[in-house]
Design a protein around this ligand. Structure first.
Ligand SMILES: [Zn+2]
Ligand SMILES: [Zn+2]
Length: 602
């Protein structure tokens, strides 16, 4: 019966898949750290607790509980985030490589590896035909199919691209460009394909770059996809996770928890789905996606974010506290409220619904896949420091993606939290006080520079643990260095620092910040009209609805990737005239949009 060594196999534990196994202890100070749970009933390291959906493993060494996850679902999500389908579509259009995603030659370009392909004559139009030596697939090189759909007013594509990244909305876009709405949407599709291919090509060079270390902020942002019917005004809420390099500002990922390629109705008609109904979530065939059944069972009792936000505002008004006007700040407030009160900040509630097309992905699976993808890109970087916004399970998702990195000290991880309830002027005042204090220390010769002064000041605080979150055991430290963008900062070390000197801990705590992702998220809200509205203010939805928030959740993903490309590669910063890609070493200068849209194929 497939049982090994006479042990009874426990079919209720998800097996490893594609080298992925996250069902293990994720506590870096525990002796069972990253030791996978065995598929046998007898495991000296773990015991199983709970029944059905809430079944979890309990580490016998440190006593922590971990929910079981489907490793297969994580592998599927990694596949999706690699955008294999989009890349296959582009390869088929361009004819630059085999477009069969399961072939060894997939993505292997003719121009780089001509002997992987065989020339098989020409099309009537005179284009070269090739055959893949590995899978036998035949295709035409440079048939220029990709150009056919956006051919109309091709010269205006760069302009349209820029306008999209500068909050130009539908009506104005058609007015200025004199392009019809459907043409604009076709062009957006083409832009999306090109930026995906462009960034994949550039980021593939990351492993060959000589990078000593990166400090990455990790956070997520929510998006409200408008309701399409006046009868049902519940919104679809998506979120994207991103990691941003503190030094260069380069943004990795912005991975949205939405899969456009899935037909939920078809899924729910399938035999596999019927079987899933009797299985716990982590053993399901469709463990990765939110099904109607899932949604009905899980979101009804979730706190309604809009309602919490509204009551939070009411309280602030009653106490005459300044209410931040910038929407991203309000969103942060809400996050902080949930965090401090031990509430799970869930985007899905009784006030939201599943998308009509495609499928919403369980965010945790997108998170696991985000880090696995990041590990592949950054595999040759010497050291990494991660600054995470607190999120249930994010530590486990990060640490399991980087096995071996933690024990040999290559990876350090911290949670960062800052007080967003402070108004701008209070933050400015705190910033000024900090600056004055640090400058005095330098003047008195107590520190060589401001950074050293900040570290010395922080050292007094880094051994005074505080409890920041209700009913939680995690240990936080208050950091006395206030900045306008991050005041009243707290950090919590995830990786083991027991053998660290106080000044090392202080240095990490001073540097820890979510600023990189924060700035990009603000940019996304400011620059993309479709993402303007955060998930708040139900009452205003009708009034704000201008018909141009995307009906189609896929539009969110497309616009985010277009903006990520624009921000990383096209737009030089006012500070040093460089782009993030240039600073990290993925570009020599600002890249022209036309070079992204019309790359040389041969
Ligand atoms: Zn443990
Ligand atoms: Zn092939």
């Amino acid at each position: 019966m497939g049982q090994n060594f006479g042990q009874e196999v426990d079919c209720n534990i998800p097996p490893a898949f594609d080298g992925i196994n996250v069902n293990c202890c994720a506590n870096p100070t525990c002796k069972n750290f990253l030791v996978a749970v065995k598929l046998s009933v007898k495991d000296k390291n773990y015991s199983l607790t709970g029944k059905g959906a809430s079944r979890s493993i309990k580490c016998r060494s440190c006593g922590k509980h971990y929910n079981l996850k489907s490793n297969r679902a994580i592998a599927e999500e990694v596949q999706r985030l690699n955008k294999t389908q989009v890349l296959a579509h582009i390869a088929a259009q361009d004819g630059t490589s085999c477009s069969n995603s399961s072939c060894a030659n997939f993505g292997i370009k003719i121009v780089d590896f001509p002997h992987h392909y065989r020339k098989i004559g020409f099309t009537p139009a005179g284009n070269q035909r090739y055959q893949c030596q590995s899978c036998g697939k035949r295709f035409t090189f440079g048939s220029r199919k990709r150009i056919s759909h956006p051919q109309t007013k091709r010269n205006e594509n760069s302009m349209l691209f820029k306008m999209l990244c500068n909050k130009s909305v539908g009506q104005r876009l058609t007015e200025i460009t004199e392009l019809s709405q459907p043409t604009i949407y076709r062009k957006i599709d083409m832009f999306y394909e090109r930026v995906v291919e462009f960034m994949a090509r550039r980021e593939a060079k990351l492993p060959s770059l000589d990078i000593d270390w990166l400090r990455l902020s990790v956070d997520r942002q929510f998006y409200n996809v408008n309701w399409t019917s006046r009868k049902d005004q519940r919104n679809v809420v998506l979120s994207a996770i991103a990691s941003g390099d503190r030094q260069s500002g380069y943004i990795f990922g912005m991975d949205v928890d939405y899969d456009p390629s899935i037909n939920l109705a078809e899924v729910q008609d399938s035999v596999e789905f019927k079987k899933d109904l009797n299985l716990p979530p982590y053993l399901r065939n469709f463990a990765r996606i939110w099904t109607d059944h899932d949604y009905d069972q899980n979101v009804a009792n979730k706190p309604n974010m809009g309602a919490i936000a509204d009551s939070l505002m009411d309280q602030m008004i009653a106490q005459q506290i300044d209410i931040p006007l910038a929407l991203p700040e309000i969103e942060k407030l809400l996050e902080e409220y949930c965090f401090k009160n031990g509430l799970e900040l869930s985007a899905q509630s009784s006030d939201t619904k599943l998308p009509t097309n495609g499928a919403l992905i369980h965010l945790e699976y997108t998170m696991y896949a985000h880090f696995i993808k990041l590990r592949k890109l950054l595999n040759n970087v010497n050291r990494l420091a991660f600054y995470l916004d607190y999120e249930s399970g994010i530590d486990r998702a990060l640490l399991t993606a980087f096995p071996d990195w933690v024990d040999n000290g290559r990876l350090t991880a911290l949670y960062v939290s800052a007080d967003k309830t402070l108004g701008t002027h209070k933050r400015q005042a705190l910033d000024a006080v900090t600056k004055r204090k640090l400058e005095q220390m330098v003047k008195k010769g107590e520190a060589r520079d401001l950074l050293e002064a900040a570290i010395i000041t922080t050292m007094d605080y880094i051994d005074k643990p505080i409890q920041l979150r209700k009913n939680r055991k995690d240990i936080w430290y208050s950091i006395p260095i206030h900045r306008v963008f991050e005041a009243n900062k707290y950090v919590c070390f995830i990786t083991d620092t027991s053998d660290w000197k106080a000044e090392w801990k202080a240095a990490r705590a001073v540097d820890a910040s979510l600023r990189t992702t924060d700035s990009f998220f603000n940019l996304a809200r400011r620059r993309l009209s479709s993402l303007e509205r955060p998930i708040l203010g139900r009452a205003n939805n009708g009034a704000l609805w201008d018909g141009y928030s995307p009906y189609d959740p896929h539009q969110v993903e497309k616009m985010i990737q277009i903006l990520r490309c624009y921000y990383n590669y096209v737009l030089p910063s006012k500070r040093d005239g460089m782009t993030p890609a240039q600073r990290i070493g993925l570009a020599k200068g600002a890249v022209e949009i036309r070079k992204i849209l019309y790359p040389r194929l041969s």
